[in-house]
Write a protein of this length. Structure first.
Length: 264
């Protein structure tokens, strides 16, 4: 029988994730749920990493002042601060995506494809369109009046708070899929004590923060569109959660807001 060598992509993926989350790497294998990790997981990880790399390169190109004596002038504290914050968030949420891509079935449930088939379309569309925000900031300046340092500073703070909230939420959300789909319990702890959809709330806050930070009319249009998409999505998701958890979810819904306590 020919000797089987380990897949280098699998080794690279596991090395990357286990060094970001060393505590998880020390969990005895006997205590981990036995869920198959097919090649699908590696392909999903590599594809996500490649897309993120292309996105950050495109954003950087939008900020770079081509054919000028000072090409780095667009790389100020606001643009670089936002890119750095987004990069930190991507690394910090890798644990959630690791659990999400454990299998195709978990990926479909965690991403909401089981009840909202258009969600990946919207995510890809808004992510790609968000790159235009950096071109607007570095090249086009469609609405110069939006460039207000005080408001941009507020936006960067809002983004920081939103990213911290998302990291906290993803840390809890990843536990939902740790034991597979058959042993899930309704989440009502951590950030879920305060609102029913803390991840969507964090994404909405970040989208508004990006619009303020980048002083972009495009970013404001994307933020408005993202709010509408998320409102539509939670209507579908809550029907799905009601089917899963029944009266328990109805009781939880009655005492918590969707996105922001006391607001909505």
């Amino acid at each position: 029988m020919p000797r089987q060598f380990p897949d280098p992509l699998v080794q690279a993926r596991d090395f990357f994730l286990d060094n970001i989350f060393p505590a998880r790497a020390r969990i005895p294998s006997a205590n981990r749920p036995l869920i198959a990790r097919p090649r699908f997981l590696t392909k999903a990880f590599v594809l996500a990493f490649a897309c993120a790399t292309v996105w950050f390169l495109a954003a950087f190109c939008g900020l770079w002042q081509w054919n000028t004596e000072v090409p780095w002038s667009g790389l100020d504290i606001f643009s670089i601060g936002l890119l750095a914050l987004l990069l930190v968030w991507c690394f910090a949420t890798a644990h959630f995506h690791r659990e999400m891509f454990r299998s195709r079935e978990i990926m479909r449930e965690a991403s909401g494809l089981t009840f909202d088939r258009l969600m990946w379309f919207w995510i890809d569309l808004f992510a790609a369109a968000q790159v235009l925000t950096f071109f607007d900031y570095g090249q086009w300046h469609l609405v110069p009046a939006l460039h207000q340092p005080i408001l941009q500073s507020v936006g960067l703070i809002v983004c920081t708070c939103g990213a911290a909230w998302l990291i906290w939420t993803d840390a809890y959300l990843s536990r939902q899929f740790l034991n597979g789909l058959n042993r899930r319990k309704m989440m009502c702890f951590g950030p879920y004590r305060f609102v029913r959809h803390p991840r969507y709330a964090g994404l909405i806050v970040c989208s508004v923060g990006i619009a303020l930070t980048m002083a972009s009319a495009i970013a404001w249009a994307l933020a408005a569109g993202w709010i509408l998409v998320n409102v539509q999505r939670v209507n579908l998701e809550e029907k799905h959660l009601h089917e899963l958890f029944g009266a328990e979810y109805d009781s939880y819904s009655a005492r918590t807001a969707r996105f922001f306590p006391g607001v909505y």
